[in-house]
Structures are given as structure tokens and as C-alpha cells.
Design a protein around this ligand. Structure first.
Ligand code: SF4
Length: 434
């Protein structure tokens, strides 16, 4: 039976040895691992975030000695993914190398033009990776480009958290220090029906435009399982949108209550949905809802309409009021530097955020991701400045498109950010200068 080694190359943001601060389980790889194991294949995992340098990567890859290497990659890490593939080719020339993940789903040509990849899988990988490994093991000819088949989410086994270093890593929440540990991430659905111009149609290309949900009983069973094995104390539901279906939320509440589970958790919510879900949120709070991650994005209605967010500034304020009233913390996502945005509109955003008064801030500069409508706009209007895959970071460290003074924008953020964050920003600036 062939051995498969799955590789996570996600070190662009924080570098080698970054697992202590960036330790989320890669659910895409973890689900593929679970499916390969279910089908009788030996599957191992190499996470570059846990390696100290390229020599260490080399010895980890050699130690596992796979017949097939499966690398996943977002756009930002694609340069590293190529480097890993070239290294595998050099040290294990007989191994087959497969690239999958978001970047090649959106830009399959980038995978195909790099000869270091034997196969390119787009979309979801669970079913297609198993089929591919079976084909390789029987020497059956198979096309180099494979369009991933979406799996029935209830058919995929629970992920093997031990293999993904849950005990060493994901037992801490990197961004919310108030959450008790051990912490875990889980996924209960795939896809999002909304249409934000900075995100779509890319997101729909990954999940084929449909929202698919797991049976909520299986979700609660997984929570019980993690609690039993690891003593779970808090978790993040890592879906694009957990709040999409009222009946499902209430079934979740019913089952959590039935099992007497009240464990703090975080999930994503949209401002417009939150304004219509006060009774349901009250119930979710009873079974642990600790914080909502909300994409407020902008304090300018013109910008919200421009990015097709389908929310209003009023929704943003009302949703925050509801969260404060119910004692649910707010993780605020907001953005600056959207094409056509004025500095006046950025100040409107910051004034809105000041009024919202979130517990956690997640500011970003608009980043043009491939296959989104705003990416196309930037190309058509010659706004694009990125040269490397590593430029595609969501944060505020690097400049994104032409036409903005990013240092001035960092100044606006600094002016408005709470004191606790200013200390972090000053430390960061000093580190960069020294
Ligand atoms: S930004 Fe969020 S709400 Fe908008 S389309 Fe993407 S996942 Fe959906």
C-alpha cells in the first residue's frame, strides 16, 4: 500500500518555528488524511510551521519517505509550495507530487506550468486524492489536472487531531487570550451564499457555489469526542457562516443542552443576520457563544454597496448593540484601501469602529485576491503592484494597490486603535527598525 505524506507549507506570514503562535489545524489536509486512512492508506503529515529551517524540512520529508506527497497552498504560500515540491523532487525523485488547495483551484495554470507538480487537484480533495492514489498504485493513467469532487460532509470521518499536533499546538487560541485552553477548531459547513466583491466568485469556485452542511448531531458528537480526548475548554467554528440556518442553530442548542455542554466558542456572523437573530443568539449564548467575528468592513454606505456586502452601516451598529446587550464579545473585521475609497471614508470606518467598541480588532488593508471581482477591477484599472506570491497577505504590513498612501493609513489605524494594540504596534515597528 502506498504511503502518502501531506505537507502544509504555510510559513510566509510567520516563518519557520511559528507553530506556537500560528497553530490552527489545516482542516483541508486533516480531512484528506482522515479519508485516506479510512480507505486503508498510510498517511503522514509534515507541517513547515514546526520546522526550524530548510534542512529540517528536508529531514522531515526524508523521515516520512512517502510514495506520494500532497501539498496544499493558499496564494500567499504558493512560492513556498513550489520550493517544497522542488526539494522533494531532488531528494526523492521517484515520489509523485500533488498540489491542491485554494491557489491552484483559482489559478490551475500556475500548478500546471510548474513541472515539479505531477498532478494538480482543484476544489475539494478528499474523494479525488483517494482516487488519484489508487490510480498511482495500480499504474492507471490519469489526467494531470483533476477537478475535485465535493464530498458528502457526513461521510468524512472525524479528523485525527493527534496527527495534526493538537496536543502541542491547537490547544491554544492564537488571537483570543481570554479563551480557556485546550482550544480547538471545528468545521460544520462549507460555502457561503453571499457575494462580496473582495471574496467572490473565488469562494464559490472552491466549494462549487453551494453551501453544504454537516448533520448537527455529528458536529456535537465531534465536540464530545474532542472533550473526551483532550479536555476541550473552548473552540472556534471555522465555517464561513455558521449563523446561516436558524433551525440548525436551534438544533445545535438543543443537543448541546441535552449533553449539558456549555463550552465557550467563537463563530463568524454577518451584521445583517445578527440584527434578525437576537432570540437565537440568546440561546447560543447559553451553550457557550463567547464572541462573534463580524465583517463590518466599512463605515461608509457607499463602500459597503460598492463591495456588494449587502449590509448597512446601521446593521453594523445594531448588531454591535445586540452583542453588547447579550454579553457576546465582538471580533471586528474591517478594511481600508478598497478601490475608489477616500480617506474621509476611512475615517468614517474608524469612527464607526470606535462607537462599536469591539473587544478584538482585526483591521486589514484590502488585498486583491485572484478570481475576485475586485481583483479583476485592479487589473483592468492598472492598480496592481504585487510581484510575488508572498505579497498576498491580508494584514497591514505591506502595500496592496496603487493610489493610496499606506503609511498615512497605518497612521489612521494607530490613532484610533486601543492602547493595548498600540503597544503591540510600537513593539512591531521597533523590531522592524532594529
Ligand atoms: S466575505 Fe464572508 S459573507 Fe462575503 S462572500 Fe465571502 S464568506 Fe461570504
Amino acid at each position: 500500500m502506498l504511503k502518502v505524506v501531506l505537507v502544509n507549507p504555510a510559513i510566509t506570514a510567520k516563518g519557520f518555528n511559528s507553530f506556537s503562535t500560528d497553530n490552527y489545524i489545516h482542516h483541508g489536509l486533516a480531512y484528506i488524511d482522515a479519508t485516506l486512512t479510512k480507505n486503508g492508506f498510510d498517511s503522514a503529515y509534515v507541517d513547515l510551521r514546526r520546522c526550524v529551517d530548510w534542512n529540517d524540512v528536508r529531514s522531515q520529508l526524508l523521515k516520512e519517505k512517502g510514495d506520494v506527497y500532497g501539498i496544499t497552498s493558499m496564494t500567499v504560500d504558493f512560492g513556498i509550495a513550489i520550493k517544497v515540491a522542488k526539494l522533494i523532487r531532488k531528494i526523492l525523485p521517484k515520489a509523485k507530487i500533488v498540489i491542491g488547495g485554494i491557489h491552484v483551484t483559482l489559478m490551475p495554470k500556475d500548478g500546471l506550468k510548474n513541472k515539479c507538480f505531477d498532478y494538480v487537484i482543484t476544489g475539494e480533495g478528499e474523494i479525488s486524492m483517494v482516487k488519484l492514489v489508487k490510480a498511482i498504485s495500480t499504474k492507471k493513467k490519469i489526467s494531470r489536472l483533476i477537478v475535485g469532487e465535493p464530498a458528502d460532509l457526513d461521510e468524512i470521518p472525524f479528523i485525527n487531531r493527534d496527527k495534526f499536533f493538537h496536543r502541542e499546538g491547537e490547544s491554544k487560541m492564537p488571537f483570543v487570550p481570554d479563551l480557556p485552553v485546550p482550544f480547538a477548531t471545528i468545521m460544520t459547513s462549507r460555502g457561503c451564499p453571499f457575494n462580496c466583491a473582495f471574496c467572490q466568485p473565488a469562494e464559490k469556485m472552491v466549494f462549487r457555489g453551494k453551501v453544504r452542511i454537516r448533520n448537527i448531531k455529528s458536529v456535537v458528537d465531534e465536540i464530545i469526542d474532542i472533550k473526551k480526548k483532550y479536555g476541550l475548554k473552548s473552540y472556534l467554528i471555522h465555517d464561513d457562516l455558521f449563523l446561516i440556518n436558524k433551525d440548525r442553530m436551534m438544533e445545535f442548542v438543543r443537543l448541546m443542552k441535552k449533553h449539558k455542554l456549555n463550552i465557550p466558542f467563537i463563530c463568524q456572523g454577518r451584521a445583517d443576520l445578527i440584527t434578525k437573530l437576537q432570540p437565537e443568539l440568546k440561546e447560543l449564548k447559553k451553550v457557550g457563544l463567547f464572541a462573534l467575528m463580524i465583517g463590518f468592513e466599512s463605515g461608509s454606505q457607499r463602500i459597503l454597496d460598492y463591495i456588494d456586502k449587502r449590509t448597512t452601516v446601521d446593521d453594523n451598529h445594531k448588531s454591535a448593540e445586540i452583542c453588547h446587550k447579550l454579553g457576546i464579545h465582538i471580533w471586528a473585521n474591517y478594511m481600508m484601501g478598497i478601490p475608489t475609497e477616500t480617506y474621509r471614508e476611512m475615517f468614517q470606518t474608524m469612527n464607526m469602529i470606535r462607537k462599536i467598541n469591539p473587544e478584538y480588532h482585526s483591521p486589514s488593508f484590502f488585498t486583491p485576491y485572484p478570481q475576485t471581482r475586485l481583483f479583476d477591477y485592479c487589473i483592468e484599472n492598472d492598480l496592481f503592484i504585487f510581484k510575488e506570491y508572498s505579497d498576498y497577505r491580508r494584514g497591514i504590513e505591506n502595500n496592496k494597490i496603487k493610489g493610496f498612501n499606506y503609511d498615512f493609513m497605518r497612521g489612521i489605524l494607530f490613532l484610533y486603535m486601543p492602547w493595548s494594540m498600540r503597544a503591540g504596534a510600537i513593539k512591531y515597528m521597533f523590531k522592524k527598525l532594529l
